[in-house]
Write a protein that binds this ligand. Structure first.
Ligand SMILES: *Cc1c(COP(=O)(O)O)cnc(C)c1O
Length: 372
């Protein structure tokens, strides 16, 4: 049978699969997607409901009000802010915008699992730079930048390991990347950072005009279902990417919900503080139980279990707890409600590698999808 022809690269991409059991049945304890464990604030739900009355109209393609509110929030001009349908859509706009034939993208690995497929779909050659003890290895990444580098991605804090890059290291790195090469700092979890050892790219934008920062409403702001995120960078970059971003892709509902969330930020901050306190509690309990857990600055913890990852992930799934397993690498567990966290800690305490050699299903993802 003749089949329609598509790009061969599509045959090698695994396609995104959410953790098993998360969407096909209600997971008892959803700790696999780094979502906020709290219900949306009443003010946010109200705004979402009110937006329904205008469902027959296209949304504002410029996201004018939300763009202005984000700009005020960060003390920058609205011309330096670009809103997108999730920060992933803005990362996609970036890779598409730099995807000349032969262009490369330099990114850390292990890191956010969408970097490789986004790059490959755009036709960029992926240059995955191994982590250094769970950290983005900025020196090694700078070493890999060449004339062909179209984009460099730094994930701070890194997903899934939760580590941050050092302030001085970040500056030294940016000093080494040519000013013609865009660098994106993915700060999806920055609201959970409580250490003075790192800094947001937002404080470096003036010094490095090739730098852009992405943030999201999906995690700390609790709007994962609505798909809204933003990027801050020079007006030149924002104007360029605005041509790439799909018009009308940010729904009116997402725009008003983002506005409402910014209005209610004090309440959201309390929730983020509670998540940070839970993160500390979880890490200390795991360490006390003899597990290795790197220092962590996001709303999840990373267990670098190596070959035991699949066994541990399966053990959690069997206990009705959805976690994210990276085969041969480790398991990422989101900080959830105190009750879900307790359940996870009990589950972790009941695990020993020796009793779990029974060959659990392979985990969701591995590094195998990255051609070098
Ligand atoms: C969750 C996450 C995002 C956010 O994606 P959205 O499209 O804004 O929901 C971006 N980057 C990383 C590293 C993430 O983990």
């Amino acid at each position: 049978m003749t089949v329609p022809r598509f790009r061969p690269i599509l045959d090698s991409l695994p396609g995104y699969r959410a953790t098993e059991g998360v969407y096909d049945k209600e997971p008892a304890r959803p700790l696999s997607a780094n979502e906020s464990p709290d219900d949306p604030l009443p003010g946010v739900i109200e705004a979402i409901g009110a937006a329904g009355a205008l469902a027959h109209r296209y949304p504002d393609p410029q996201c004018t009000d939300l763009t202005r509110a984000i700009a005020r929030r960060h003390g920058v001009g609205p011309e330096t802010v670009l809103v997108g349908a999730g920060s992933v859509a803005l990362l996609q706009a970036l890779v598409v915008a730099v995807a000349e034939p032969s262009a490369e993208i330099v990114f850390p690995w292990l890191s956010f699992e969408l970097y490789p497929p986004l790059a490959q779909l755009a036709g960029l050659r992926p240059v995955a730079v191994p982590l250094d003890r769970y950290h983005n290895d900025l020196r090694a990444m700078a070493d890999r930048v060449t004339d062909d580098t179209g984009l460099v991605v730094v994930c701070n804090p890194n997903n899934p390991t939760g580590t941050v890059v050092g302030k001085r290291d970040l500056r030294a790195f940016l000093d080494r990347v040519p000013p013609t090469c865009p660098v994106v700092l993915d700060e999806a979890y920055y609201e959970y950072v409580r250490t003075p050892d790192t800094c947001s790219g937002l404080s470096l934008l003036r010094t490095y005009p090739n730098l852009v920062v992405t943030r999201t409403f999906s995690k700390a702001y609790g709007l994962a279902a609505l798909r809204v995120g933003y990027l801050i960078g020079s007006q030149d970059i924002v104007d360029t990417l605005a041509k790439v971003r799909l018009a009308y892709s940010v729904s009116a509902v997402a725009q008003v919900a983002g506005l409402a969330a910014l209005d209610l930020e004090d309440q959201l901050r309390e929730r983020v503080d509670a998540t940070v306190a839970e993160r500390t509690r979880i890490r200390e309990a795991l360490l006390a139980g003899g597990l290795k857990v790197p220092d962590n600055h996001s709303n999840f913890v990373w267990l670098p279990l190596g070959e035991d990852a699949a066994g541990f992930g399966g053990h959690c799934t069997d206990a009705g707890i959805a976690v994210r397993t990276y085969d041969g690498e480790g398991v990422r567990v989101s900080v959830g409600s105190p009750e879900d966290n307790d359940a996870f800690l009990a589950c972790a305490a009941a695990w020993s590698p020796a009793s779990n050699l029974s060959g659990h299903r392979a985990g969701v993802r591995s590094t195998a999808c990255i051609p070098q």
